[in-house]
Ligand binder design. Structure first.
Ligand code: FES
Ligand SMILES: [Fe+2]
Length: 450
């Protein structure tokens, strides 16, 4: 509109500020995770990380998971316990309790509870009454499992507790797993979505900000999405000079994610079956707060050890430090700015999804189905229903020397991308070196054939 014109061209969709809805609606089924909600019940059927091992010292630690206030502790016999915050006697908070040789003792009247929540001692009461109280009262407790510097808990019905899943990438020899946490002030789905949005690395992490990962990520590629028994995969196949770079992001239901190297993969150097450099769970703290509990991975198959610096985990998690000034965040936005900027709980029903959002559409649909199924009594599947540990995964990088040929290059990229995925699927029943060797040999044959 020029200064002399008084009427804007409303037919072209311009100046629709007043006409646009101002209040939207979130994807209620998925965003709510407290007890009794559909998604909260679904998420409680899986082991979830709830703290870093390093966060649990000699005193109990108050934590929040899926809107439950809980107390995590390690007793003097080095056993972990996770219990409800409130003592069953008169509701004092167990965060002020004392860790004992066996279990935790409430600060108020000294009742002692084992790590499984059973009452061990009720001091100061007449003999006959103690047994009756012990039978009637228990402190709510959840099973805990410590693995490679993260504390996991199972918050669901005890009879449905699944086997603890161990993913293949976490058992690769000679790599360093650095446990870390990244806290986001928004709903968990906003944080989780990014893993199945492989095109955002080109924009958010490269062109719109500064090169936060490798330079090659600024290239647009050919996107493809795959759905496996428990996994959703988003691949981005880019042309970098004479090379083709296939990068795969992965979500294993319900909230475990993996992606390839953050810094060292840039499409210029050959990589035969690189694996994940960051492995994380996106855990709802409550409906408006989320924590990614994760490992930054350093080694030959991930990012080299030289990137294992104090800043490494933040940079791998979101391309920038988590804690920085508003000015820095505006000039160089990372994932936190992108996903927290949507609001505490995004109005998903006001989104306009595009072809590149196919992976997000697919997994949200599946998640909704699994939540509704559980409401009807259909229990969700676990990795153990399909695989024994270690569970095969696919997130990572492969770079092959395949120069342009007479074919349309975008067709060539698509075909190489698909083949790289297919040959991994073909050998997924194998484990360890045998699987690695099969994939690497097949990649080299694929490269030689072009
Ligand atoms: S409130 Fe815990 S022992 Fe009394
Ligand atoms: Fe990102």
């Amino acid at each position: 509109m020029t200064q002399t014109e008084t009427k804007p061209d409303i037919t072209a969709g311009a100046y629709q500020g007043y006409q646009q809805p101002h209040r939207g609606e979130s994807d209620e089924l998925l965003v709510r995770t407290s007890r009794g909600t559909a998604c909260g019940e679904y998420m409680r059927r899986y082991w979830q990380p709830v703290a870093l091992t390093s966060e649990v010292e000699d005193m109990p630690r108050l934590i929040r998971v899926m809107s439950e206030d809980l107390v995590l502790f390690r007793d003097k016999s080095e056993r972990y316990g996770l219990v409800h915050r409130q003592c069953p006697h008169r509701r004092a908070s167990m965060e002020f309790g004392m860790c004992e040789e066996r279990g935790i003792r409430c600060c108020y009247h000294g009742w002692l509870f084992d790590i499984d929540g059973t009452v061990l001692e009720i001091p100061g009461q007449p003999e006959g009454s103690v047994d009756i109280i012990k039978q009637k009262s228990t402190l709510g407790a959840y099973p805990v499992h410590e693995y490679r510097g993260l504390i996991f808990a199972y918050l669901g019905p005890i009879e449905d507790m699944p086997e603890f899943p161990v993913y293949d990438t976490l058992e690769i020899p000679d790599q360093t797993l650095v446990p870390y946490r990244a806290d986001y002030v928004c709903n968990w789905i906003q944080v989780l979505d990014a893993i199945l949005d492989p095109i955002h690395t080109t924009f958010l992490h490269s062109r719109m900000s500064r090169p936060q990962f490798s330079e090659g990520m600024a290239e647009l590629g050919e996107l493809a999405f795959y759905q496996r028994e428990m996994s959703f995969l988003g691949s981005n196949t880019r042309r970098v000079g004479d090379n083709i770079w296939v990068r795969v992001n992965e979500l294993v239901l319900p909230n475990y994610t993996q992606a390839g190297a953050a810094f060292s993969a840039d499409g210029t150097k050959p990589i035969y079956y690189g694996r994940t450099a960051f492995s994380r769970w996106v855990v709802p703290i409550d409906d408006e707060n989320t924590t990614a509990f994760a490992w930054a991975v350093f080694g030959d198959r991930a990012d080299p050890h030289e990137y294992n610096t104090p800043e490494g985990p933040d940079l791998i998690e979101q391309g920038e430090l988590m804690d920085r000034s508003y000015d820095e965040r505006q000039r160089f936005p990372g994932d936190a700015e992108a996903v927290e900027g949507m609001g505490r709980i995004a109005d998903q029903k006001m989104e306009h999804l595009a072809a590149s959002d196919h992976g997000i559409i697919q997994y949200r649909k599946k998640l909704r189905k699994l939540c509704r199924d559980l409401e009807k009594g259909i229990k969700p599947k676990h990795t153990a229903d399909y695989w024994s540990n270690p569970v095969p995964t696919y997130g990572g990088d492969t770079v092959l020397n395949v120069p342009r040929n007479d074919e349309d290059d975008s067709q060539l990229l698509k075909s190489i991308g698909e083949t790289v995925m297919k040959l991994q699927f073909e050998v997924e029943k194998m484990t360890g070196d045998e699987r690695d060797q099969k994939v690497i040999d097949a990649l080299k044959r694929l490269e030689a054939g072009h």
